[in-house]
Design a protein around this ligand. Structure first.
Ligand code: CAA
Length: 254
């Protein structure tokens, strides 16, 4: 098994651990990831997911080049669709997801990070979409999600050049949200997860829907969606608890 999933105190952790190939994604790893995501999808006790690579050197070094090298166009398309399906199920999880990136996040590895809500990286992490150097294009959502996250200009620069960039450069273009010293990465990721996990899970999940669905349409449509979801919050006992706790000058219990 290359994919492990543990849940502790409402925080799920998925670890992709295939050290001999720097955690590269072959069909087996993708199927294991698909299964792990399916298993946590409907669990109401989970408030946040952390996803990380095993070992110190690599988050995920991309799709498995050895496996892809002999694919025909039909098989290539099937492999791409499998990766897209798995990463879409990751991005559609109802609770927040955080990619914790300690080393290489290249190709499919960068694309997993893009499918998460938030990316937190070590100063040593490296990012890139090196696919055009292999005669292919990013195939697990990279051409779409990267352009949406950092804008078409920066996405085109990275994808056309296959350049590998540092965590500091990734932060500067908005490809990651936070960069910390390598020895602080796990602690910083856990701290962020715990902050999120302490808040109203209903409100956090609804905020994710409002942001993600709102970005699919116009600002006007997004505003209407926000108003509906804002109203829906008042049907939740968590709204009563959150506001009562404030007025009673005590921490809210969710
Ligand atoms: N697929 C398969 N094996 C990989 C791999 C990958 N993506 N990345 C690394 N490995 C393997 C290496 O082949 C090597 O195996 P052996 O020990 O059996 O030779 C082992 O992992 C260690 O790698 P290196 O010896 O190359 O380590 P390094 O420190 O010298 O270099 C690296 C590290 C810069 C990440 C280099 O391994 C590399 O360039 N890897 C490929 C990165 C890449 O191109 N990723 C994109 C893949 S395409 C893709 O992802 C398409 C898509 O969008 C779906």
């Amino acid at each position: 098994m290359a994919v492990e999933c543990v849940v502790e105190n409402g925080i799920a952790k998925i670890i992709i651990d295939r050290p001999k190939a720097l955690n590269a994604l072959n069909s087996e790893v993708l199927q294991e990831l698909k299964k792990a995501i399916a298993e946590i999808q409907t669990r109401t006790d989970i408030r946040v997911l952390l996803i990380q690579g095993g070992g110190e050197k690599s988050f995920v070094a991309g799709a498995d080049i050895a496996q892809m090298s002999d694919l025909n166009p039909l098989e290539g398309s099937e492999f791409g669709r499998l990766g897209q399906e798995v990463f879409s199920s990751l991005s559609e999880l109802p609770f927040p997801t955080i990619a914790v990136i300690q080393g290489f996040a290249l190709g499919g590895g960068c694309e997993i990070a893009l499918a998460c809500d938030i990316r937190i990286a070590s100063e040593k992490a490296k990012f890139g979409q090196p696919e055009v150097g292999l005669g292919i294009i990013p195939g697990f959502g990279g051409t779409q999600r990267l352009a949406r996250l950092v804008g078409p200009g920066q996405a085109k620069k990275l994808i056309y050049s296959a350049d590998i960039i540092s965590a500091a450069q990734a932060l500067a273009i908005g490809l990651v949200e936070q960069v910390v010293a390598p020895e602080q990465l796990n602690e910083a990721a856990l701290k962020l997860a715990q902050m999120i996990a302490a808040k109203s899970p209903n409100a956090v999940r609804l905020a994710k829907i409002a942001i993600n669905q709102g970005l699919e349409g116009s600002l006007e449509e997004g505003m209407r969606l926000e108003a509906s979801i804002f109203g829906l919050c008042f049907a939740s006992p968590e709204q009563k608890e959150g506001m009562t706790a404030f007025l009673e000058k005590r921490p809210a219990k969710f």
